[in-house]
Design a protein around this ligand. Structure first.
Ligand code: PBG
Length: 326
C-alpha cells in the first residue's frame, strides 16, 4: 500500500493546516507563587526563571504573562506563619486572599484566577491534612479545605483547585460554595495526583516539604492506572468541573485513558520537576530549550489533555502565536 502522508508535509502552510493536535493560548494556565510580605520579587533557585511575589507585586507577573497571551493563573500561597491546622490557609487576610483582592481590583475579568486549595504550605508539619496519631486524617481535614476554598472564592477566585487528595473533597467544597451562593464557581480537582519525585522543586519554592514521612498515604502509587480512573470518576460524581492529571510527562498514558473515559475537560499539570529538568538540560547546553518546550507540551495535548498547567505557559503562548505549535 502506498500511503503518501509525505505529501501532507510538503509545505509549511500545509503542515500547519493538517496538524492533528491543536492548542491555543486560552487553554494554558500559569502557576504563580505569592509569599506574605511586601515588595518581594525573588527568583526561585530550584526553578530558574520563576519568581516568588508578594500580594503587592504579583500583578507584575500577571501583567507580563497577559501581555504574551496567557489569561489564566493558578495561585499558590506561602504564609508568614504555619501551625498544626494550617490556619493561615483560611483566614480572611491570608496571603492568597490578599493577592486575589489585589488582582481582581487591577485586572477584573481580564485575568482568570484559580487557587490551589491545600493545607501543606500552611501546616507546620507540611502535610496536606490534619495529623491525628501521626497519620493524615481525611475526614477532619475536609471542613478546613471547604473553609479555605470558600474564603478564596469570597476574595475573588474564579475557580478553586483542591490538590490535597482527601476523599470527599469535591463534595465538601461544592456544598460550602453552594451554601454561600457561589454556585457558579467551578471546581478543578486534582483527581489523579501521583506521589511523585517530580514535585521536588515546587516543595522548595512553596516551602511545603513534609517534615516527617511522605505523601504516599494520600497521593497515588505510580504503578497504578485503574486507581486514577476510579478517583477521577469519583470526583466527577461529586461534581468536579475539570479534572487534573498530575504530573504530565510520565503520565501520558493516564491522560489518554482518561480522555477515552470522560466527557469533562482534562487539565494536565506539567510540574516543577518537568520544568526544572528542561531548564537544567538547556543550561548545560544538552538540548534546545525552545524545541523541547514545544515538543513536550504538544505531546501532552496529543495524549488528550484539553488544558495545560505549565511554568512554560508564557513561552508556549509565544510559540503558539508564532505558529511553531498549535
Ligand atoms: C500541594 C501541591 C503540590 C504541587 C501542587 N500542589 C506539591 C505536593 O503535592 O507535594 C506540585 C506542583 C509542582 O511540582 O509543580 N499539595
Amino acid at each position: 500500500m502506498d500511503i503518501r502522508t509525505r505529501r501532507l508535509r510538503s509545505s509549511t502552510i500545509l503542515r500547519q493546516m493538517t496538524r492533528e493536535t491543536r492548542l491555543s493560548a486560552s487553554s494554558l494556565i500559569y502557576p504563580l507563587f505569592v509569599r506574605e510580605g511586601q515588595g518581594i520579587e525573588e527568583p526561585l533557585p530550584a526553578m530558574a526563571g520563576q519568581t516568588r511575589y508578594s500580594p503587592d507585586t504579583v500583578a507584575k507577573g500577571v501583567q507580563a504573562a497577559l501581555d504574551l497571551g496567557v489569561r489564566s493563573f493558578l495561585l499558590f500561597g506561602i504564609p508568614a506563619s504555619k501551625d498544626e491546622v494550617g490556619t493561615s490557609a483560611f483566614i480572611e487576610d491570608g496571603v492568597v486572599q490578599q493577592a486575589l483582592r489585589q488582582l481582581k481590583q487591577q485586572f477584573g475579568s481580564d485575568a482568570y484566577l484559580i487557587t490551589d486549595v491545600c493545607l501543606c504550605e500552611y501546616t507546620s508539619h507540611g502535610h496536606c491534612g490534619l495529623i491525628i496519631d501521626q497519620n493524615v486524617d481525611n475526614d477532619s481535614t475536609l471542613p478546613l479545605l471547604a473553609k479555605t476554598a470558600l474564603s478564596h472564592a469570597q476574595a475573588g477566585a474564579d475557580m478553586v483547585a483542591p490538590s490535597g487528595m482527601m476523599d470527599g473533597t469535591v463534595a465538601a467544597l461544592r456544598a460550602a460554595l453552594d451554601a454561600d451562593g457561589l454556585t457558579d464557581v467551578p471546581i478543578m480537582s486534582y483527581a489523579a495526583k501521583y506521589a511523585s519525585a517530580f514535585y521536588g522543586p515546587f516543595r522548595e519554592a512553596a516551602g511545603s516539604a513534609p517534615q516527617f514521612g511522605d505523601r504516599k498515604s494520600y497521593q497515588m502509587d505510580y504503578h497504578n492506572s485503574l486507581e486514577a480512573l476510579k478517583r477521577i470518576q469519583l470526583d466527577i460524581d461529586e461534581s468536579a468541573d475539570v479534572v487534573i492529571v498530575k504530573p504530565a510527562l510520565s503520565y501520558l498514558d493516564i491522560i489518554a485513558k482518561t480522555a477515552e473515559m470522560i466527557l469533562l475537560p482534562i487539565a494536565a499539570y506539567s510540574v516543577s520537576g518537568e520544568y526544572a529538568m528542561i531548564k537544567a538540560a538547556a543550561a548545560a547546553d544538552l538540548v534546545d530549550e525552545y524545541k523541547l518546550i514545544c515538543e513536550s507540551a504538544v505531546s501532552i495535548y496529543r495524549a488528550g489533555a484539553d488544558i495545560l498547567i505549565s511554568y512554560f505557559a508564557p513561552e508556549l503562548a509565544v510559540a503558539i502565536q508564532k505558529g511553531d505549535i498549535g
